[in-house]
Design a protein around this ligand. Structure first.
Ligand code: PLP
Length: 384
């Protein structure tokens, strides 16, 4: 198995980092469930000494993820949050960070409740407006951290514009690419310095693992991430590394179906008389439709949200779904629905929810890869 030099995306997903097992020829990278490695003689080992530092299953996944995102190196962590935490450890007390205002709740909690205690400062700004990023720059700013599309109102930030502003000020840009996946959005090609993922979502894609990853291109950042991964030790387990590797093999195929179902559900809901608003970046009604076409040329994926006339209407609909499962999380093969105001965003104060356009009657859908007719039938009966 030799990956051609100019292999296309689906081929890279399947083959990058995947060598047959040297001892048996097993086509799938084995789960190296070991804590240590026996050395031939004092000072003579095969490149593996202790499994927090090196594990072949994790290394295979990291090589795969680096290739998929178009980066030079990837580091797999125990969760998306530990991946984000590893990025923040590059900073020092007194440093300032610009963050997308409606960033993932766990990211906000880590920054606001933990990192401020250690002397970091954060400004939460509407990064969908590049001039707001520019205006938030201070002499202490070291990092811009954006999420696009955001959860659950699917607001986009212009990655190339944010990268240009960040670099003009000598700071680095991080993009949380969890909602889009590298299949639909290529932050490093648009100028970002680091990409972070919750592999829990589309990369693993099968709702059976928690994990995270950082993909990097610059030597100093690669060196630091390798150092902190080993020093803090929030590594992804061999079993989970194997699960995510299985997931990325079908990423290209899955994203086509997630996107097709996302579009179809968004169109169905747009025409439904009981639905007052549909939010999907791939619909011409989305305020950033033009940016979506430019930044996500292969489609906008499976995340969409819609509003009912009242909270009571939303509650009734949510309780009537049969095929779609009421659950937090997203990006799995099965369709999930949730009520952000009372579930994922319950800890966000009501006035902040209102400010980002998250109403109490908003329902979020993570479209899975079921037959679209069955998903439409379920929506139709739930809304009836
Ligand atoms: C889920 C999620 C995270 C956190 O990832 P975990 O794997 O749950 O720790 C971070 N960012 C985004 C956008 C997410 O959806």
């Amino acid at each position: 198995m030799k990956l051609p030099k100019h292999a296309r995306f689906a081929t890279v997903c399947l083959h990058a980092g995947q060598e047959p097992d040297p001892t048996t020829g097993a086509i799938i990278t084995p789960i190296y469930q070991t804590s240590t490695y026996v050395q031939d003689a004092l000072g003579q080992h095969k490149g593996y000494e202790y499994a927090r530092t090196q594990n072949p299953t994790r290394s295979a996944l990291e090589a795969n993820l680096a290739a998929i995102e178009g980066g030079r190196a990837a580091f797999a962590f125990a969760s998306g949050m530990s991946a984000i935490h590893a990025i923040v450890t590059q900073l020092s007390s007194g440093d300032h960070v610009i963050v997308t205002d409606n960033t993932y709740g766990g990211t906000f909690r880590l920054f606001d409740k933990v990192m401020t205690k250690l002397g970091l400062q954060f400004s939460y700004v509407d990064t969908s407006d590049p001039s707001a990023v520019e205006a938030a720059m201070t002499p202490a700013t070291k990092m811009v951290f954006i999420e696009t599309p955001t959860n659950p109102v699917l607001r986009l930030s212009d990655i190339a514009a944010c990268a240009e502003i960040a670099h003009k000020h000598g700071v680095f840009l991080v993009v949380d690419n969890t909602f889009a996946s590298p299949c639909l959005q290529r932050p490093l090609e648009l100028g970002a310095d680091l990409v972070v993922h919750s592999t829990t979502k589309y990369l693993n894609g099968h709702s059976d693992s928690i994990g995270g990853a950082v993909i990097a291109i610059q030597d100093d950042q690669i060196e630091w991430l390798r150092f902190i991964q080993n020093s803090a030790g929030a590594i992804l387990s061999p079993m989970d590394s194997s699960l995510v590797l299985r997931g990325t093999k079908t990423l290209a195929l899955r994203m086509v179906q997630h996107t097709a179902n996302g579009v179809a559900l968004a169109e169905f809901l747009s025409e439904h008389p009981k639905v007052t608003k549909v939010i999907y970046p791939g619909l011409p009604s989305h305020p950033q439709y033009e940016l979506a076409k430019r930044q996500m040329p292969n489609g906008c994926g499976g995340m969409l949200s819609f509003e009912m006339a009242s909270l009571e209407d939303a509650r009734q609909v949510l309780n009537r779904f049969k095929l779609m499962a009421l659950a937090e999380s997203l990006g799995g093969v099965e369709t999930l629905v949730c009520h952000p105001a009372s579930m994922t965003h319950a800890s966000v104060p009501p006035e902040r929810r209102a400010a980002i356009g998250l109403s109490d009657s908003l329902i979020r859908i993570s479209a899975g890869i079921e037959d679209i007719e069955d998903l439409r039938d379920d929506l139709r009966q739930a809304l009836a």
